[in-house]
Design a binder for this molecule. Sequence first.
Ligand SMILES: Nc1nc2c(ncn2[C@@H]2O[C@H](COP(=O)(O)OP(=O)(O)OP(=O)(O)O)[C@@H](O)[C@H]2O)c(=O)[nH]1
Ligand SMILES: [Mg+2]
Length: 349
Amino acid sequence: MRIKEYGFKGDLSKYENSGKEVARIIATYRDKYEIVCNRGFGLASIKRGCFYDNPNSVYPTTGDFVLIEWNETGDSMITETLKRTSSFSRVATSGDKNREIHKQHEQLVAANFDYIFIMQSLNNNFNLRRLERYLTLSWESGAIPVVILTKSDLVENATEYVREVEKIAIGVDVYAISCKTREGLEDIEKYFQKGNTFVFLGSSGVGKSTLVNTLYGKDVMKTSEIREEDSRGRHTTTSRNLIMLPNGGMIIDTPGMRELGMWDVSQGLDKTFGDVEQYLGKCKFTNCTHTNEPGCRILEAIEAGELSEERFRSYIKLQNEAKYNNDSESYLKEKREKFKKIAKYNRGK
Ligand SMILES: Nc1nc2c(ncn2[C@@H]2O[C@H](COP(=O)(O)OP(=O)(O)OP(=O)(O)O)[C@@H](O)[C@H]2O)c(=O)[nH]1
Ligand SMILES: [Mg+2]
């Protein structure tokens, strides 16, 4: 049963007499999909009638399980996307930032994975604030995040970086690895078990595809040198591919992302910022802004060195962004009203 090997954990008998097959999307192109199902591998397209007229239809992405009408000789037709166990999306923004006419749309990166490998390289790409952003989105996705610091051969003190990350990535496994010296690879091999799906996320050039190739034992993904001037990658991977490793684990290799906006991340924020959230709702005033009020638990905790001010700031920043993305209109209204009040107050002085 190939579809089971590709991670399908549901009940296949449900679809036995439906004339349809369960398939998994293993690559996404502009308007075509590569699929695998019990009949074999092939290409597929969306069956328009099933998606266009239905406002609740969910368009598939790499990793999705879908129902198809199998076509031996041409494109199979995708009629439905099955319920996801996890998904990861980012917010893509279009419009004019200065004129407050942003348009946000959710762009799905991958679906149905068990672990997210958040990857940062130890040369110039290491950034704790960006990591918090990835962690928040990862917790929200429904999968388990693992932090992988790559290119440990380029620094002498990789374990210090691991410690730094461990301080902010509470309850998350953190590893430093090198595909060049193979340092740390043994520690992460345990994750790659049969039927498990992984998504690799991180900026261009951090070595996502190199790790795919190293785990595979052969070059299955194209990689390229980073630019010398700024250590950035060249956006080598352009599509989202699901690769089956020889040991039965599956990896979704994604292109390095240029921007990573916040979508609806309330749960993700709770988990990423447990250290901050424990103080919330405990201030003297229920509408405390945590800026200068007496009896503010947050300010007290910062003062006492129990809570890092930086952590609190990035929590607020990500929360505001998420609020903005969820409901940009009322967020902007709220903001304008706040400034109006301040202006009024200043005039009255
Ligand atoms: N020194 C060192 N270089 C590495 C290591 N892993 C990857 N690289 C190099 O980093 C560069 C970029 O690697 P890729 O695997 O193409 O990066 P990527 O994350 O897939 O990038 P995009 O596909 O553009 O998102 C290549 O030149 C790799 O050889 C490592 O462990 N050590
Ligand atoms: Mg790549």
